[in-house]
Design a protein. Structure first.
Length: 325
């Protein structure tokens, strides 16, 4: 974990060469997030997935002090430059949000007044071919959100067994032809390892026919990205870590973009907001020892029609919010 702390000074990262800021998406459901988290002067908020800084900028504009974390160094450099006017209230950390404990400890913060996670790949990552996330643009087969991570998509595709690739495509991509795709890739890589995104996308397309507007490799690429970055494991660990640092009354908002993530968040919030639990072998219900929250969104919130018209990425977004008790 590399942490830059901005307190009454400019970040050292501002002295780095300018980075390419193209492609950072509009913050999804920003109005709803602000309404729930209620940023205000004197409040410390965590943005665990800073990205282009869209949500962080909203928190700062309302007077809050913000700890903004991202495992993508390009995102941190972009935020440092774009939000430099808020340097005295902005703390940036190049880290994974599952490392929230280490980040907050390094800043001397014991508790936070609220937190946001906006899960998933950023538009900037998708739109930058050299990052290797897109099946529409040729680039190295990478997919690491943290460019310094050890496992790339190329390593996974070229070394994993048929059984392991099948599991990844089925569990993380919900791909019905997982075994057939895995078998084809393992057979093809013996003569020539996969190096680029288009090579992989074309290979997948020989197994999965195009039957709709969706590219045949969509689910396979999603599955590889999740596996490379351990996204679901990070989410499970991150939820626990962030919960442990929330002050009483602090609110925790999570935005997800596909069912696997949303299912984890849904069950985590439900399991920790239910007051009474019961089991057939018990004589009567008992208080839930895990209870930590009051559920503010019994059903996930969707982006408004006006927002999705402007920002199509918001169409699959689901927002869930709880309050620490």
């Amino acid at each position: 974990m590399n942490t830059w702390v901005c307190a009454d000074q400019r970040l050292s990262v501002l002295e780095r060469p300018d980075t390419d800021s193209r492609g950072y998406h509009l913050p999804v459901m920003a109005e709803e997030v602000v309404a729930f988290l209620r940023p205000a002067p004197g409040m410390i908020l965590l943005d665990g997935t800073a990205g282009g800084g869209g949500h962080t900028s909203q928190f700062l504009a309302h007077g809050a002090e913000v700890v903004a974390i991202d495992q993508d160094i390009e995102a941190i450099e972009h935020c440092a430059q774009d939000l430099s006017n808020y340097a005295h209230r902005l703390h940036l950390a190049h880290a994974n949000y599952a490392e929230t404990d280490e980040v907050l400890n390094s800043l001397g913060f014991q508790e936070i007044g609220g937190a946001l996670l906006d899960i998933g790949v950023s538009s900037h990552q998708l739109d930058t071919p050299e990052r290797g996330f897109s099946f529409n643009k040729d680039g190295p087969l990478d997919m690491r959100m943290n460019p310094h991570g050890s496992l790339s998509a190329a390593v996974l595709v070229n070394t994993a067994s048929v059984e392991e690739l099948t599991r990844i495509f089925r569990e993380y991509g919900e791909e019905s032809r997982a075994f057939h795709v895995a078998s084809r890739l393992v057979a093809m890589r013996t003569s020539k390892p996969f190096r680029t995104t288009l090579e992989l996308a074309e290979a997948v397309a020989t197994v999965i026919p195009r039957t709709s507007g969706r590219h045949p490799a969509t689910k396979v690429f999603q599955a590889l990205r999740i596996a490379v970055n351990d996204e679901l494991g990070v989410l499970e660990r991150g939820l626990e870590v962030i919960t442990s640092r929330l002050a009483r009354g602090a609110r925790f908002a999570v935005i997800t973009f596909h069912s696997l993530e949303d299912r984890i968040v849904k069950h985590y919030f439900k399991d920790r907001s239910t007051e009474w639990i019961d089991r057939p072998e018990w004589p009567e219900p008992r208080r839930n020892p895990l209870r930590a929250f009051r559920l503010l969104t019994p059903h996930p919130m969707d982006a408004s029609a006006s927002e999705t018209d402007i920002n199509p990425r918001a169409r699959s977004a689901k927002l869930r919010v709880v309050e620490r008790i």
